[in-house]
Design a binder for this molecule. Structure first.
Ligand SMILES: [Zn+2]
Length: 462
């Protein structure tokens, strides 16, 4: 019975999308880097910001629904730039879980870094048409991996010809960009990179095991995920590390770390504007899995059976067998080195994005995890403003989308209203009072309804 009530509530939000919304007397952190602007009024009409100005001089249309923003902080809708939503048997399609968790946590845009192209295209279209509640989607489809891929939703690349063909096919079939995975062979990688440039599609992802970080950057790879290839590239024994199969060896990275090589690599990333998506929350989750995947999980009610009972335990076992056989002290130190690396990159002008690897990462929950990542980026040395921009304005810049990322007249109305100032404490991005998704207003009660809907769907999952 309760479930029916929730559905009705959400439906009424959907049908109200043509109405005018006015958020009055609010502090605006517009995403451009300007400090918070006090006592502003933001008018939203249809799916756009139609007006923004000082409350004293901005007239509020009579028909507007007024949201009193006094004492609150309005930020642009957040982008999670590394997610997986429909990912073979790992993440079976479930539109009642992942999209709603994103929206309930203020995530109004995602870059899907690998998944099943056809169902993802359907979600992308239905969300764009306002038929499905979920974040705006930029999608890769299958990931270009080695001849024997390690994950579902992968396209096996055995040679250069295969690399070119897959890029062509994906581009024709409506993928927004090309995702590179670790096992793609060198010739396949460079052919795919060349073909992507020819047909005008972005390629991004891991630095493959057989490619140097410097080579990937110079080949035009637009983003590097999880700092792949970075510590190899900073090591005095890079060749040796690249020749060996990847696995344990965090301690080796640290003992052969060369600050001069690091400086040169960071300078190259800055020069080429090779974006970094360090996914720090999942890096820590992975390296320290025996700590991060034990104890009570307050969010378990949002994890469908497929994640909780099958995929996460399986992934945990794989990680324990392989990567995490290093002594725990080495892994802890390595995570600290990753934080330091991100701080140095940021200082040197390497552009950074916020990504989480949800929902593949163990206990990396859609939406909730983005706020953990923001916090870790601040620990790494970004200012709260820089961290916020990494999830808003930088995402827009990376994606080449002029209509998102900042709160300005004419932009899409993707907004998050916070109870406290995130520039004082980045943890305040979690204090969400309401969300505007392409002009649709979700009050705190509406967001709680979405979360209850997810809980109900999860309870029925098998
Ligand atoms: Zn991923």
């Amino acid at each position: 019975m309760l479930f029916v009530v929730f559905l009705v509530a959400v439906t009424s939000v959907v049908t109200g999308q043509e109405s005018i919304l006015a958020i009055t007397h609010v502090n605006v952190i517009d995403g451009t880097g300007t400090p918070a602007l006090a006592d502003m009024t933001v008018i939203v009409q249809a799916n756009q910001i139609s007006q923004i100005g000082k409350s004293g001089t901005t007239s509020v249309p009579k028909a507007a629904r007024i949201v009193d923003g006094r004492g609150k902080y309005l930020i642009p809708g957040l982008w999670d730039m590394h997610v997986h939503e429909i990912f073979g048997e790992w993440l079976p399609e479930d539109e009642k879980v992942i999209p709603l968790l994103f929206v309930a946590n203020g995530v109004t845009g995602v870059r899907d870094m690998g998944g099943d192209l056809e169902p993802l295209k359907k979600w992308r279209a239905r969300i764009a048409a306002g038929q499905l509640i979920g974040p705006r989607m930029i999608i890769a489809g299958p990931m270009l991996d080695g001849p024997v891929p390690q994950f579902p939703s992968s396209a096996p690349v055995k040679d250069a010809a295969a690399g070119r063909k897959i890029v062509d096919d994906l581009q024709k079939n409506g993928a927004d960009f090309i995702k590179i995975q670790s096992l793609i062979p060198r010739d396949g990688y460079f052919a795919a990179a060349d073909e992507a440039k020819k047909v005008g599609i972005v390629f991004a992802g891991h630095v493959p095991d057989k490619v140097r970080a410097t080579e990937a950057s110079n080949a035009g790879q637009k983003s590097v995920e999880h700092l792949t290839g970075v510590f190899e590239g900073c090591s005095t024994v890079e060749d040796e590390l690249m020749a060996a199969p990847r696995g344990p060896g965090r301690g080796r990275f640290l003992s052969t770390y060369d600050p001069e090589r690091a400086k040169a690599l960071i300078a190259l990333f800055a020069k080429n504007q090779t974006w970094q998506v360090p996914t720090l929350y999942w890096e820590r989750g992975e390296w320290l899995i025996e700590q991060t995947n034990t104890g009570p999980d307050p969010l378990a009610k949002y994890a469908p059976a497929a994640w909780r009972d099958r995929i996460w335990p399986m992934f945990t076992r794989d990680i324990m067998k392989g990567w995490s056989t290093d002594p725990v002290a080495d892994r802890e130190k390595f995570f600290q080195a990753e934080l330091k690396m991100v701080g140095e990159m940021n200082k040197a002008g390497v552009p950074i994005l916020v990504g989480t690897d949800t929902a593949a990462g163990v206990r990396v929950y859609p939406g909730f995890s983005l706020h953990e990542e923001l916090e870790l980026l601040v620990q790494a040395g970004l200012t709260p403003m820089q961290a916020l921009q990494a999830s808003t304005a930088n995402a827009a810049k990376y994606l080449g989308l002029a209509d998102t990322g900042t709160i300005e007249k004419g932009k899409r109305a993707d907004l998050v209203l916070l109870d406290s100032n995130p520039l004082q404490d980045i943890k305040n991005t979690r204090k969400i009072q309401s969300v505007v998704l392409a002009g649709r207003y979700f009050s705190r009660a509406d967001l709680d309804h979405l979360l209850h809907e997810v809980e109900a769907a999860v309870a029925k999952s098998k």
